[in-house]
Design a protein. Structure first.
Length: 364
């Protein structure tokens, strides 16, 4: 028979101590994620100084380009958004959002295509590729290089000065694409930094180059998690590589693809570092590369006339757009078979419950 001390030891539950291990995560999340998010929502209803509440005035200016009548506050200050200012803010926000979408789509499509192709290639057991580990490391390396270093590197490579062009323009000159005036020695360079679509193309390439290695590693992990017997059975049945990819690899990789899509969408909508750093004028960001994140930063940290309310409102709108698109992506990429099975189980459970009631609570 167990003693009293042994019974007390057995009755002790250690489950509550698990909360101590996850407490640091919740503290960090609250102070560095949730609290700033709540403050941003509050700031979106404030004036330019972030002190007085102005209701939905900032949202009307950002959404519709409509100004407000003068508002007088108890501290003696006055707030007004002129119609002209509201239109400028509205047009700048739409332009920044358009740039964000263009840059994200332009780097996501080639990134996912390249990453998926390489992931399938590296995980194909029939291909005896030497040095797989080396290639994986090399392809992942751009992801760990700082954005500032990458921006400086490509600014040098894509230099467009007509007297001393960058390496890329010099290469194109050797290929006969960029011409050089024989008399003055000046080059008719391609505007990779100031040109609208040229600069966007460079930023898209940089984003793809920096992130395709990370995406490739995630997709490879997903492919390696697929049951190898499925590939062996397909090989015995004489399936081609294309059929294996369409019928086995791609459908079973859909959860990882959904995760990649959502994380890329979130990162793309918050794109800041490369578009902000890739320009010649240190005091002015290129209008062709100004994303929503850059737009928010410039309004928040404007040295002459900061507009905290507009910055907070744009941040809230960016959050809501990201949330809505993320929910849509999860809905479109959900596992329909699992949902159908769950509904079928619920239907059977309800039917069994009805039958048990009909027979006096006894299940037959």
């Amino acid at each position: 028979m167990a003693s009293g001390a042994q019974r007390r030891i057995k009755s002790i539950s250690y489950a509550k101590y698990g909360y101590l291990f996850i407490l640091p995560f919740f503290l960090v999340y609250f102070f560095f994620q949730l609290w700033p998010l709540i403050n941003t929502f509050i700031l979106s209803f404030k004036d330019f100084t972030g002190e007085n509440s102005v209701g939905l005035a900032n949202y009307k200016a950002l959404f519709k380009g409509v100004g407000t009548e003068p508002m007088n506050f108890s501290d003696g200050s006055t707030f007004k958004i002129a119609d002209r200012t509201a239109r400028v803010v509205h047009e700048n926000f739409l332009s920044a959002f358009k740039n964000t979408v263009i840059l994200w789509i332009g780097n996501f499509i080639p990134q996912i295509a390249l990453s998926l192709s390489l992931a399938v290639w590296f995980t194909d057991a029939q291909l005896k590729i030497p040095g797989k580990g080396f290639f994986k490391i090399v392809m992942y390396l751009p992801n760990i290089i700082t954005a500032a270093s990458v921006a400086v590197l490509f600014l040098q490579l894509c230099g467009e000065a007509d007297n001393v062009p960058g390496s890329l323009n010099l290469l194109l000159n050797k290929m006969g694409i960029v011409s050089q005036d024989a008399a003055s020695g000046k080059y008719d360079t391609i505007k990779f930094i100031t040109g609208e679509w040229q600069s966007r193309g460079v930023v898209m390439f940089i984003q793809t180059w920096m992130w395709f290695g990370n995406t490739m590693i995630m997709l490879m992990s997903g492919i390696q998690g697929i049951n190898p017997s499925l590939f062996e059975a397909a090989s015995i049945d004489g399936a081609t590589s294309g059929q294996v990819f369409r019928k086995i690899t791609f459908p079973l990789l859909s959860p990882i693809m959904a995760y990649t899509l959502v994380t890329s969408m979130i990162g793309g909508l918050q794109m800041f570092d490369i578009p902000y750093l890739y320009h010649k004028d240190p005091n002015h960001t290129s209008e062709n590369l100004k994303t929503v994140a850059v737009y928010i930063y410039e309004y928040f940290y404007d040295q002459t006339d900061p507009k905290l309310g507009f910055a907070g409102t744009a941040s809230v709108l960016l959050f809501l757009v990201t949330l809505i698109l993320g929910c849509i992506a999860f809905y479109l990429t959900r596992d329909k078979d699992a949902i159908a099975k769950k509904k079928q189980r619920k239907k059977i459970a309800k039917q069994n419950k009805r039958e048990s009631k009909q027979f006096g609570g006894f299940t037959i």
